[in-house]
Design a protein around this ligand. Structure first.
Ligand code: OAD
Length: 227
């Protein structure tokens, strides 16, 4: 079976109603990264950080997989598919994709602030101050913040290196190490980049550019690949 590796970013979930980060009216236009998505922010004002991710979680719970998520799940009928996402939502899984790596964490999980191996599924949108792990320490969102290591990158690199086809969808490729994954795609692999915006100065010169929203570009490409 041919191997397809898919790298996704916030644009993948935009048509499910979840905001991207760097587009106009994106999340980072209305929130300061340093107030809500760094270890310093957590130490300074954990309640503010919990609230920011409570809002994200509420929206994710209300969102549904869009046509692009559903199309990618269909690829598994014909290919060995791995999805490597920067997204913290679970829309790929809910669409039916079975191999999903979350580089930047998962909003519907919490983890201990003293022992990173203690990770818990959340059963509703709200995390509160005073919610603790079994060791008695405050629970934090299971998210990779700016300035923190990205442990899943080690798992992602060899998967990209083995790809026959690489598809990058809805990411500005501005956050590393995630953005650097495109450099591990084998020279002979078929490569596609699907995004409505022109991407300049990024290392995707050998990618076929499909200048479309995910909801249009992804189902079209999937149909082509499945034929
Ligand atoms: P960005 O907000 O940087 O980029 C979103 C991309 O999606 C842009 O290139 C848009 O043109 C594109 N886009 C918008 N609507 C789209 C649609 N309907 N279909 C397809 N593409 C569309 O988001 P990311 O690249 O995902 O990290 O950002 C990477 C990381 O930066 C995030 O994981 C997050 C953020 O800070 C952390 O919080 C650690």
């Amino acid at each position: 079976m041919k191997r397809i590796v898919i790298l996704t970013g916030a644009g993948m979930s935009a048509e499910s109603g979840l905001k991207t980060f760097r587009d106009s009216d994106g999340l980072w236009e209305n929130h300061n990264v340093y107030d809500v998505a760094t270890p310093d922010a957590w130490h300074r004002d954990p309640a503010l950080v919990l609230n920011f991710y409570n809002d994200r979680r509420k929206q994710v719970l209300e969102a549904k997989p869009n046509k692009a998520h559903l199309a990618l799940a269909k690829l598994e009928e014909k290919y060995d598919v791995n999805i490597i996402t920067q997204n913290i939502d679970d829309l790929h899984e809910r669409a039916g994709s079975t191999h999903v790596i979350h580089l930047h964490g998962e909003v519907n999980k919490a983890r201990s602030s003293v022992d990173p191996t203690l990770v818990y599924e959340l059963d509703n949108w709200e995390m509160k101050m005073g919610d603790t792990c079994e060791k008695g320490s405050q629970l934090r969102p299971h998210i990779v913040w700016f300035g923190e290591a990205v442990p899943m990158i080690e798992k992602a690199i060899p998967i990209v290196e083995m790809a026959d086809v690489v598809i990058v969808i809805g990411t500005s490729l501005s956050v590393y190490p995630a953005a650097g994954l495109v450099n591990y795609a084998p020279p002979f692999a078929e490569k596609y980049y699907i995004d409505p915006k022109e991407l300049e100065g990024k290392n995707i010169y050998d990618f076929k550019i499909i200048k479309e929203k995910a909801g249009v570009g992804v189902p079209d490409l999937v149909e082509q690949l499945i034929k």
